[in-house]
Design a protein around this ligand. Structure first.
Ligand SMILES: [Zn+2]
Length: 501
């Protein structure tokens, strides 16, 4: 039945091209193409299809199947352009479910990171809080193809008023007051949540990030209202004072950071967020009832786990890393394994960047971590960065699997990722919305030193104010390009962020 439907669709597409080729040409219709010469891993977890083929037109997949099936039978696309991909493995475009592109916005850096991601097979990212003004610009420019970048989905943050003094929301709201802007809102029992969620949605955000210092009832009410207005809710796993099980029971879609689930096992927990809070991991057992019951609750609610496992592993390798003592990596890995055994959907999120000199971004490391230490099969890891990630963002009608009606967005790998997940680094080419990007055309971005040499470094809040004054002055002259340059790229804002607060 399904096969009949796919072939009917293909037949309809062919009928159009056969009955009215001239008018189709006049309208600039994209040609019908059949890609072949690859093994297909479609994102749904089933066995791969060897010697596969995919019929596409412009940015639409018409059908995917084995080459023999596609090319035989009455509906075979006789007038299609055949394109041999020359061997390799096709997987859906990858999604990094935890990035920060604009904590202190710097357009050049964000573009360099996004460019590297795209050429590494990442066609979507979920940004977990930053300056909504800059994020909306990146999302817009990626959507329109102005920049070579993954699709950018981002969050608007909600937290208790006491959290907004943290330097990160301060820099993400530079020029305004953190807590009082639609992308960084302070929430109390008095907040009108209907308006607050509507304002968050108006920033072009896809989800609400529930960060910290919110009581259980408020987390629940935010979640209910956000869902009513069609937004996702992405929470930290420990919200202070609201604990992981309470966060899960409030119905959020995703909880982030596996190590923070440890707070569920603590008799005492702080009531407010602070960087330096580290639970005593020593006595915790990932297989104890505390965590199996937590994962049972996650299964009941369909809660997705954003583990960020590689971030913890990487920090632990480097004693100078400020996060090195925040997490017991062995415990975190065991907990991911337990979650996976209990059937909890896991997404691949990173929350860190590799050095600019690295030809691949952090997601590939997270996938290796999930397989080598978290107990996921390579297939499950691929699903965590494709189908499950699309569910977390709420775009599973479009992304995450390759089938009829989806956009032409996928990655061609040279080597089999099911044999060794490290083979996700063997990218040959990436298709995003029908556009093809050859890995061989990838150019390493400017080094950190080169970037610094080009920028005039000035420090402190005064210079941030100066930048804003310039911005306002230029805006008044309607010199909009320069507005973007000064406001988004001034390194002073970055330094203000790290030094202020
Ligand atoms: Zn984060």
């Amino acid at each position: 039945m399904i096969r009949f439907l796919l072939h009917s669709t293909l037949a309809a597409a062919l009928a159009l091209s056969q009955t009215a080729p001239a008018s189709a040409q006049d309208l600039g219709a994209a040609p019908l193409e059949v890609l072949y010469g690859f093994t297909l891993i479609d994102g749904r977890g089933g066995p791969p299809i060897e010697d596969a083929a995919m019929a596409i037109r412009g940015n639409e997949i018409l059908t995917v199947s084995s080459r023999r099936e596609l090319l035989s039978g009455p509906d075979a696309p006789r007038d299609a352009v055949a394109i041999n991909l020359g061997g390799g493995f096709v997987i859906p475009g990858l999604i990094d479910s935890h990035v920060h592109l604009a904590t202190a916005p710097n357009r050049e850096r964000a573009e360099a990171e996004l460019y590297r991601m795209l050429y590494a097979g990442i066609t979507g990212v979920r940004d977990m809080a930053g300056d909504g003004r800059a994020l909306a610009g990146l999302a817009r420019d990626s959507r329109l193809g102005v920049i070579d970048a993954p699709d950018v989905y981002f969050s608007a943050l909600m937290a208790g008023p006491s959290f907004l003094a943290d330097p990160r929301p301060q820099s993400s709201a530079a020029g305004e007051t953190a807590g009082e802007v639609p992308w960084m809102q302070a929430i109390t029992r008095e907040t009108d949540l209907v308006t607050a969620v509507a304002q968050a949605k108006g920033t072009y955000a896809t989800g609400i990030k529930v960060y910290a210092n919110l009581e259980r009832e408020i987390v629940r009410d935010i979640t209910t209202e956000a869902h009513r207005q069609g937004m996702r809710v992405w929470a930290h796993s420990m919200v202070f004072p609201t604990r992981p099980l309470e966060v899960v029971n409030s119905g959020v879609d995703v909880v982030s950071h596996v190590c923070r689930l440890a707070w569920e096992g603590m008799a005492e927990a702080p009531t407010e967020y602070h960087h330096d809070q580290v639970p005593p991991y020593g006595n915790l057992d990932a297989e104890s009832a505390i965590f199996t019951e937590l994962f049972d609750a996650m299964q009941v609610h369909g809660t997705i786990l954003d583990a960020t496992l590689a971030m913890y592993a990487r920090a632990a390798e480097d004693p100078d890393n400020p996060l090195s003592d925040r997490c017991d990596v062995d415990f975190a890995r065991a907990l991911v394994g337990q979650a996976h055994r209990q059937g909890i959907p896991i997404i691949a999120g990173t929350d860190f960047s590799t050095p600019r000199s690295d030809p691949y971004p952090a997601l590939h490391r997270e996938l290796e971590e999930l397989v080598n230490f978290g107990g996921l099969s390579p297939m499950a890891a691929i699903e965590s960065a494709t189908r499950v990630a699309a569910e977390a963002i709420g775009v599973s009608d479009k992304h995450g699997v390759l089938e009829h009606g989806r956009p032409v967005t996928f990655v061609l790998l040279d080597r089999n990722p099911l044999e060794d997940i490290g083979n996700v680094r063997s990218v040959k080419a990436v298709w995003k919305n029908g556009e093809r990007f050859e890995r061989s055309a990838y150019r390493a971005p400017a080094t950190e030193e080169e970037v610094r040499a080009r920028q005039t470094v000035v420090r402190g809040p005064a210079s941030a104010q100066q930048a804003l004054d310039q911005w306002i002055a230029m805006w008044r002259r309607y010199d909009l390009d320069a507005v973007g340059d000064v406001f988004l790229q001034d390194p002073a804002l970055t330094l203000f962020a790290s030094g202020g607060g």
